[in-house]
Design a protein around this ligand. Structure first.
Ligand code: GLU
Length: 324
């Protein structure tokens, strides 16, 4: 078997938190345990929301944690031409159309998707005439949408099992380029993973439902399908979601008080690689890595009670109250 190529692909719109660190750790350990290659990609395609300062901080935090990448990081903000060429190919094949719907119109129109917050695009702009397109173009810059087929896309996730979605009914035609000219996440991720030779994608479960759209894009471009592993949400000791922007779980803040080994100890216990949250280095975790152990932990991963939810790792009054 050829060794896998894996990657971690953070969006530097805020600082990395413990949930991102867990994802980075598992993505890294999985490829290293199989003797594979590890890549890093900075998903700063939304340039206004991702200042270079945060991308730099993200690299520093990951290196501090013990991650080593085998090639210089790829920055999506520098790859607009590559995405444009791929979108043009789809346009030439008659698979895209300009969409003039405003955000407000989309909200008013869209039918909520069953059981999740994804909204189904009803195809308002799918069949505009050339005259309508010309006159609407004078008013507003369009987004670019990809037509999806009335077909079910299925894959088997290493942790979640079989996942299926009918693209037409559960998602609708989706955006490749936003009306402000920024490239959409689905296109960028699929193109970058394929051109970097990525064979294994480890990422958060919040992206699970986007995967069928990515499979469709892979099929259109003739790209191979990577192996997917969507990891469960990381919660605090009470099972509460870690606030994304919370100072307390930000890696940069943690670095001032904790060692990388202490953080890896907590994370490796939360995901079942160690029984106890004993401090451990990234390299020492490689031989302990096993997806089955992560799978046994179920649908949420909890930090141990030893983690008090603040950078000093001392119980706060609130923590003690809730524990009482
Ligand atoms: N950039 C995405 C995030 O930070 C991850 C995308 C991916 O791994 O495919 O949530």
């Amino acid at each position: 078997m050829t060794p896998p190529v894996g990657r971690f692909a953070p969006t530097p719109s805020g600082q990395l938190h413990l949930g991102n660190a867990l994802c980075a750790m598992l993505a890294y350990l999985s490829v290293r345990a199989q003797g594979g290659t590890f890549l890093l990609r900075i998903e700063d395609v939304d340039v206004p929301r991702c200042p270079p300062r945060l991308a730099r901080q993200c690299l520093e935090d990951l290196a501090w944690l013990g991650l080593r990448w085998d090639a210089p990081p790829l920055y999506q903000s520098q790859r607009g031409d590559v995405y444009a060429a791929h979108a043009e190919e789809l346009t030439r094949r008659g698979l895209t159309y300009p969409c003039f719907c405003t955000r407000a119109a989309l909200h008013a129109e869209a039918a909520p998707n069953l059981g999740d917050t994804q909204q189904v695009y009803r195809g308002t702009c799918a069949f505009l005439s050339p005259e309508e397109i010309a006159s609407l173009s004078r008013l507003r810059r369009p987004a670019l949408r990809l037509r999806v087929p009335d077909e079910e896309y299925t894959f088997t996730d290493r942790l979640c099992g079989a996942v299926r979605e009918n693209l037409k009914r559960e998602c609708g035609d989706f955006v490749l380029r936003r009306s402000d000219g920024l490239w959409g996440y689905q296109l960028a991720v699929v193109v970058d993973d394929a051109l970097s030779g990525v064979t294994e994608v480890v990422r958060g479960r919040d992206i699970l439902t986007a995967t069928p759209r990515q499979l469709y894009l892979q099929r259109l471009f003739g790209f191979p399908q990577p192996e997917y592993c969507h990891i469960p949400l990381l919660t605090d000791a009470f099972g509460r979601r870690l606030a994304k922007r919370a100072h307390d779980t930000g890696l940069t803040a943690l670095r001032e008080h904790a060692s990388p080994e202490a953080v890896l100890g907590l994370l490796s216990q939360a995901c079942g690689l160690q029984e106890e949250a004993a401090p451990v280095s990234m390299e020492a975790l490689i031989p302990l890595f096993d997806w089955e152990k992560v799978k046994e932990k179920g649908d949420t991963l909890r930090l141990s009670a030893q983690w008090c939810g603040n950078t000093e790792n001392k119980p706060s009054e609130k923590y003690l109250e809730e524990k009482a």
